[in-house]
Design a protein around this ligand. Structure first.
Ligand SMILES: C[S@@+](CC[C@H](N)C(=O)[O-])C[C@H]1O[C@@H](n2cnc3c(N)ncnc32)[C@H](O)[C@@H]1O
Length: 221
């Protein structure tokens, strides 16, 4: 029986609402061991949605060709949490052809991700998307992020830190809560423009049963 099976739906909602008040490391430290069981109760679909969207831009053939040329496609999972993006990616992508890095502000969430031997991450770091990230400029071919851009978590002011470590021509594929994106759209437009990036797409995606989500695909020019 999963940990959340012992929680009522009201208790599940209370835990998710707690993240909407404070999405920082203290909240996620306490939530980490039960995080997946709680989110399962609201049919958490953002990790699958974001990997599916990412795969529209990177075909198995192109990843294989890049790997064969001697340098694998490097991806950052920004705000990787317990590693659900990597876990799903490993079921649909030939992970020998990519290098997946995970970064998150909450050490206890990363510890959960490290326990997953099937999630395909080759590196984990504690990162704060509100500050300069501990990677070289233009280090990643692409960046994915699931469930990180919403109230009390990260806003569009984090975008320049992300774009700094993305290669020119690479894309960021991220979720946002739909309402949060609409409220902060001016900021997204401003930071995308100032970073010489282009918004390719903003579309509705399966997210979870308590909120609507969108995915944004942003290219660095
Ligand atoms: C809803 S969870 C999403 C986790 C995972 N990506 C998923 O889809 O299941 C939000 C994550 O964002 C992380 N987070 C919040 N603020 C952050 C920040 N400033 N920098 C990096 N990670 C942050 C939290 O620690 C937490 O793991």
């Amino acid at each position: 029986m999963s940990a959340a099976a012992t929680l009522t739906f009201e208790e599940v909602k209370t835990r998710i609402r707690a993240t909407e008040k404070d999405g920082g490391p203290t909240t996620y430290r306490d939530l980490a061991p039960g995080y997946e069981a709680v989110f399962e109760q609201v049919e958490w679909a953002a990790p699958q949605s974001i990997v599916t969207k990412w795969m529209e831009h990177y075909s198995p053939e192109s990843l294989q060709a890049q790997a064969a040329s001697g340098r694998k496609h490097r991806i950052l999972d920004a705000g990787c949490g317990t590693g659900l993006v990597g876990e799903y990616m490993s079921t649909v992508v030939q992970m020998d052809n990519v290098e997946l890095y995970g970064g998150d502000i909450t050490p206890e969430m990363i510890e959960q991700a490290k326990m997953k031997k099937n999630a395909g991450y080759m590196d984990f770091k504690i990162i704060n998307l509100k500050k300069e990230l501990p990677y070289e400029e233009e280090y990643f071919d692409s960046i994915v992020s699931s469930g990180v851009f919403y109230v009390a978590h990260c806003g569009p002011d984090c975008l320049p830190n992300i774009f700094r470590v993305l290669k020119k021509g690479g894309i960021l594929v991220t979720t946002s809560r739909k309402a949060f994106y609409e409220e902060t759209k001016e900021g997204w437009d401003k930071y995308i423009r100032e970073s010489n990036c282009t918004l390719l797409e903003a579309v509705d995606i399966p997210y979870h049963t308590l909120a609507k989500g969108i995915s944004l695909v942003i290219k660095k020019n």
